[in-house]
Every structure is written in C-alpha cells, then in structure tokens.
Design a protein around this ligand. Sequence first.
Ligand code: ADP
Length: 492
Amino acid sequence: MTAVGRALRFTRSLRFRLAVSYVFFFTLLLAFLGIVFRQTLSATFKSQMRSILEEEWGAAKGYLRTGSAGPDWIFDKEDPDESFVVNRIRRVYLLADTQGHALEHSEIYDSIGLDSPDEIKKTLQSGQPAIRVRKDDKGIPYMIRSGLMIDERRNKYFLAIGRPIDYNDKVIRDFTWNYFSLLPVVIVVSGLLGWFLAGRALQPVNSVAATAQRITHSNLNMQIPTRNAGDELDRLIEAFNHMMQRLNLSFEQIRQFSTDVSHELRTPLTVVRGQLEVAMFTAGTIAQYREAMADALEGVDRLSNIVRALLMLSQAESGQLVLQKTRLDFAELIRDQVDQYQIPAEAEGVRLSAELPETCNILADRIQMERLVSNLLSNAIKYTKSGGTVKAQLVSEGNQVKFIVEDTGVGIAPDHLPHIFDRFYRVPSADPEKGLGLGLSFVAWIVKAHGGSIEVQSELQKGTRFIVSVPAGDSTAPPLDAPALPLHEQVH
Ligand code: ADP
C-alpha cells in the first residue's frame, strides 16, 4: 500500500473520525463558553460602573453649588471621606450651561475632549442621561455619564462625570488572552484523550474483525467471545455469533444433504449396475435378458423418482416453487384422495375410512394439498399391518382447520419422532424399499408454506396420528376455485 493509500485509510478509520469529531465539538464548545464568559464579564463590569457613576452623580449634585460667582464644591474639607469623594468626582468632570458653554472642567476631561455645544444641547434635549465610553489622549478609556442637572434654585446645567475603565478592560483582555492561549493545549490534550478513548471503545471491533478474518468454511462454528459488558458491541458480537450459527447449520445441512444424496443414489446405481452385469455375463436367452433389463429399468425408475423428489424439495426450500393459492374445498379434496387410496389399502388389508364435513373452504394450492394428503395417507397405509385401520378426519377449530390422519400401525419410537420430518430420514427398522424418506419433509414444507403447523403423536405398535393445522378460508371470499390471491405468490 502506498503512503497516500495508508494515509487515506488512516483518515477514514472510525477511530480517527471519532477522535476528530470529539476534538472538533470540544473546541467549539470551549470557544463558545469562552466567548459567553467574556461577554458576561464585560456586561457585569459595565453595569457595575454604571451604578458607581449613578451614585457619584447623586453625590456630585449634593456637593456642587452654582451661583452668579460660578460653580463651587461645598464640602467639609476636614472630613477625609467627603474630601475623598469630592476629589474623586472632580477628577473627570465637566459642567456647562444649557447653551453648551463649558463653565468648569477637570484636566482629564480636557484631554478626553470637551463635548461640543451641539452635543450638549442634544443630550439635554433628549431628557435622558447619556452613557458613553471615550478615550483620553493617552488612550485610557473612560465611561462618562452626562445629563441635565437642576440646582436648588431651579437653574439648569449640563454635568458630565466619568471614571476610567482601563482596569476592567485589562481584566477582560487578560482573561481572553489566557483562556484562548490555553485553548490549543486543552485541545491537544483532549485530542489525545479522544484518540485513546476511541481506541479503547473500538478495540473489541478490531478483535471481532480479526476473528471474522479467521473464519473459513472449515471452522464456521467459531464464536467470538462476548465481554459480558451488555453494551452495543456485545449485542453486535451476539448477532454475529447467531449469524455464524445459522450459517454453520445451513452449511451442515448442505453437507448432510450432499452426503445423503450420494448415498441414496449409490444404492440403486449399484443395483442397476449389478443387474446389467448379470445380463452381460450370465444371461443366455432373450427371456433372461429381458428380465435383467426390466429389473434395471425398475432401478432407473427409482433413481429418477429420487432425482425428481429431490429437485422438487430443493426448489420448494429455496423458494423457487410458486404456490398457486385458490379457494378450494378441502373436504372434497380429501374425499377424492381417500377414494383413490381405497384399492391400495384393500390390497394391504387395511380398512381406510374418512370422517369429513360436507364442505370446508381453505385458501391453498390444490396440487400441493393433494400431495400432502396423499403422502400422509400412503404413509399411514404403508406403515399399518394387515387388519389395521386408517382414518382421515377434518375438523374446524376457530379460524383453523385440522386435518387428522390416524392409523393403528407400527408407530414411531420417541427417539425417531423429532427426526421424521428431516430429509432422507427413515426409521431404521422401516423397510428400505418402502420409501425415500423425503415425503414428510415435503409435507412439512407444504404446511409451512401455507402458514400452518404439523404435529405428530405416536406410540410403538399402537399407531400414529398426524395433525395438520392450516388457516381456515374466509367464507365471504369469492366462490370456489376462483383465485383469491395473485396467482404467482412467491413462497419464502
Ligand atoms: P418414507 O418415504 O420413508 O415413508 P417419509 O418422510 O414419508 O419417508 O417418512 C419418514 C419416516 O417416518 C418413515 O421412514 C417412517 O419410519 C416414519 N413414518 C412416517 N409415517 C408413518 C406412519 N404413519 N406410521 C409409522 N411410521 C411412519
């Protein structure tokens, strides 16, 4: 990887992006707080200074006397407090008549610059005291409060008093400087902290990735250990582990399936091969050839049956088989099937009966439902000895329809019950010639595809009962066999 590529990869890493966002937002927050604090400080200083000036204005009115001899400050010179207050007021002040002519002013006020007669008149006309900040010739800022002063003889004057505010400004400047020059240091430290924290938080993600890298088809059962922190990452790890379990199961099923298929195909192939060899080496007459050929053909038939059944099942399970649901009379469908199985049942010496309502509508795929009924009936007849009985029943229970096939046959041992719906699963004692072990897997798929469920109860040598439940069809739906759903509803 080139240096640029590495740099790109680095800047795209979650750790980098988390740390950068952290630093970015932290910086914004600190800058914002700094500005807010600075503004608050400045506003507080201003309002403090205003109230000091208000107080001094009141005091100035008390001490300042105006008369024909000119303005005079009357106070007890012996009293240090009064002297102090008056001297302080007199440091920055201007007294002018209502025409704007200065009567008296301090030196500092002079260096600030006397207000022009126009300014004075404007202030007096406004009727409100004016607060302004002005600088003297040395650049020191002063807050000046000016306005109308009426003396005890009702004479009107313009008075302005001021106070330097350079100290306040210095405090604000110092704060701003200190705060914002410290900011980069804080940002660097917080960046390092963010980098460290993001690294720590993401460390499990890296270990998940490392484990995932090590997973191949031969160790799909590998699990990532959770950290028992109960956090999002643990949930991610659990979800990942579950996904791996499901994948492993599917892989196992596929592996098992291929083993089963090759096994299933090998036996009839060996048989066919044997029969052909016999024909080749031992048959002498046409009749013997014919017999060998007929046997071989039977074997081939069995092979193609297996292949067809497998194909259908794999199509069904991979969702390729399209269900064509219509409203159909389930009772009538079962009656037809029972009728068809009467002859084979008689041949086996089994009494086949049915207990069905007149009609029973359901929404289902006719061909698949026929397959379901036929599979269950043929199994029941197949696994019931001569003299036994098989009974098909159909009952409505709420919004469910139950199809029950009950026999008095050989039964299924509890060990085998959980497996009978698996592909190729046959109870070992069952006659190998009797079936492929695919019928019930297909039945289970059909039931599932129709949103139903299947249950089996069995007792060895007493009999077996299969109960299929499917949702009842809506009786207000369109008439029998009319398509009630889009014809090509995909089954998932
Ligand atoms: P098969 O083609 O072998 O019948 P199935 O998938 O239809 O395959 O059935 C699987 C196994 O379940 C059978 O091998 C059989 O042992 C058992 N089984 C199915 N139906 C019955 C039944 N009615 N009575 C006893 N055993 C049954």
